[in-house]
Design a protein around this ligand. Sequence first.
Ligand code: DOR
Ligand code: ZN
Length: 335
Amino acid sequence: MKTMTLTMPLDMHVHLRDGEMLETVAPLTSYSFSGALVMPNLVPPVTTLDMVRGYKKRIQAAMESDDFEPYMTLFYQNYSRSFLEEVKDHIIAIKLYPSGVTTNSEGGVASFDIEAMRETLEAMSDLGIILSVHGETNGFVMDREAEFMSVYEMLAVHFPKLKIIMEHITTREAVKMLDQYENLYATITVHHLMITLDDVAGGMLRPHLFCKPIAKRPHDREALLKVALSAHPKVMFGSDSAPHPKHTKESCGCGAGVFTAPIALQLLCEIFEANDSLDNLQAFVSDNAQQIYGICPDFKEVVLVKHDFVIPEMYGSVVPMRAGETLTWSIERVD
Ligand code: DOR
Ligand code: ZN
């Protein structure tokens, strides 16, 4: 039977939440990944060293395996250099949210005033802390990411030594930026490699596919597929797996987020196999991220096998993407 072995898979953008939800989702990510970049958009957001330490401990307590590294982040604010020096060994990135663009981002950046941000961004650049960015404006929903490109350009030019990650890119405009600025990198989700806006809202509304940034046009998905399938050295996998309880997704005022953590590697095998690119999957799910972040996760090997896997209807209170459907790849074992 056809198999695919991935060593040290990494999810460089995941939402693990807290409390009961953390108990549900942390074991799912820690089972099949060696490490993950954990987003800080809790309520209240993670903004102090004590909060980072406490959150990491709660994640480690909720994991079922100890061969998983939660790479921690802070929620971007204008932090002082002395604070960043104190915190730098406990985080690998700071996540910047423009205010109000997505779940729990109300405390984010209201205006991109470079001078106001200079101390923080220069200190991050000197200390090797990566800037991870949710790149959307408050404009028309389909244009928000493309409109944000001028902010990325401004950041990339003013802080040339700062590594900037364009998180969960969804447009050909963002793909183009990768080759224009040396210090811009990107994560790509598995759902944005599969769906367009049509899948979300072209027929009956599918709330479990609703996320921010919203899925875009076919030509955008093609541009994402091109760089993911070729494992462009500046892109890496970040699931943006974002669990919300079923009743909050299947309701008026549905929260943004697609839950893919337990099926991400299986889906990636399907996509890369269908496009004759399985040889590049290792780089996309691990090697590129190790290079970009300069991280060296503990050894873990995930063996996938070409064997049907029926996606459960629920994981705890959460409905996963493609619930109840059959995948052609499954995880055989993790060593
Ligand atoms: O769809 C999303 N869900 N996008 C984000 O940026 C945040 C996330 C969440 O936290 O639910
Ligand atoms: Zn996210």
